[in-house]
Write a protein that binds this ligand. Structure first.
Ligand code: MF3
Ligand code: CO
Length: 251
């Protein structure tokens, strides 16, 4: 790929606004998610945030997707469709959502235990967050996209977890998914070079059982671990600057 696009100040202004809306959706969902809550209720709360902020959803209608959040529980890794089944104590919940403000996109995900957390899930979520931080730390001008994947995968592999090969992070801007792909594994020094003003969505995906294989359910969306083990997915939309990475999807 040719040089990555450089976002200008007024474009970043809109991307920061979109990112803040995504972070607010996350905050509202974190507060609501407890045993007995349904993921459809979480979707409704996320829709309220979008409406209140005058933002629109980049998930709703995406290849026909029916909701503004993805809610993936336990062995579900990504793209779970909200439903009316109450969350149970000890469930592991991953939420992914995005927003559009003035035509510019934000996209982010987090994973949290519902109610009582067990030690295995806490360790899995911590590794996912560490992998995301390691990937962001590789995002300096002149670095390569492969450096990000290598940094993410080093954390995931050291913790003994698996990660799917066919799903990855991505460039983001006027569309949710832009070039380049940002894989969760890679070779240092390989792939497109980052420059100040590049914006990428990094999204480590971890499979507790240590295998990389996933399956898509008959609903055409939900991706689950093939070994049935629990999964974690975290994501931020991140800007490359000369002063280090800037997370756009935060308050
Ligand atoms: N947000 C996902 C990603 O991180 C894509 C979700 S697609 C949807 O790239 F259709 F489920 F919205
Ligand atoms: Co994404």
């Amino acid at each position: 790929m040719r040089q990555l696009p450089v976002r200008r100040d007024h474009e970043l202004h809109a991307m920061r606004a979109a990112g803040r809306v995504v972070a607010e959706m996350h905050q509202v969902i974190r507060e609501l998610a407890r045993p007995g809550t349904t993921t459809l209720e979480l979707d409704a709360a996320a829709r309220e945030v979008l409406a209140r902020r005058g933002a629109t959803s980049n998930f709703l209608g995406y290849h026909g997707y029916p909701a503004v959040i993805c809610a993936s529980v336990n062995d579900e890794l990504i793209h779970g469709i909200p439903n009316d089944r109450p969350l149970a104590d000890g469930d592991l919940l991953s939420i992914d959502c995005g927003a559009i403000v003035d035509g510019w996109h934000g996209d982010a995900a987090f994973t949290m235990p519902v109610g009582t957390a067990n030690a295995d899930d806490t360790r899995l979520v911590h590794a996912a967050e560490q992998a995301l931080m390691a990937g962001m730390s590789a995002m300096h001008p002149g670095a390569h996209v492969g450096d990000i994947g290598a940094a993410i995968h080093a954390v995931v592999a050291a913790a003994g977890y698996g990660s799917p090969h066919d799903y990855c992070g991505h460039g983001i801007g006027r569309a949710m998914h832009e070039e380049p792909d940002v894989p969760n594994r890679g070779r240092r020094g390989k792939g497109p070079r980052l420059v100040a003003g590049s914006v990428l969505a990094l999204e480590p995906m971890l499979i507790a059982g240590g295998h990389d294989d996933v399956e898509e359910l008959d609903d055409g969306w939900t991706v689950v671990s093939a070994d049935g083990s629990r999964c974690a997915h975290v994501e931020h939309t991140v800007l490359v600057t000369n002063r280090g990475p800037e997370i756009l999807t935060r308050l």
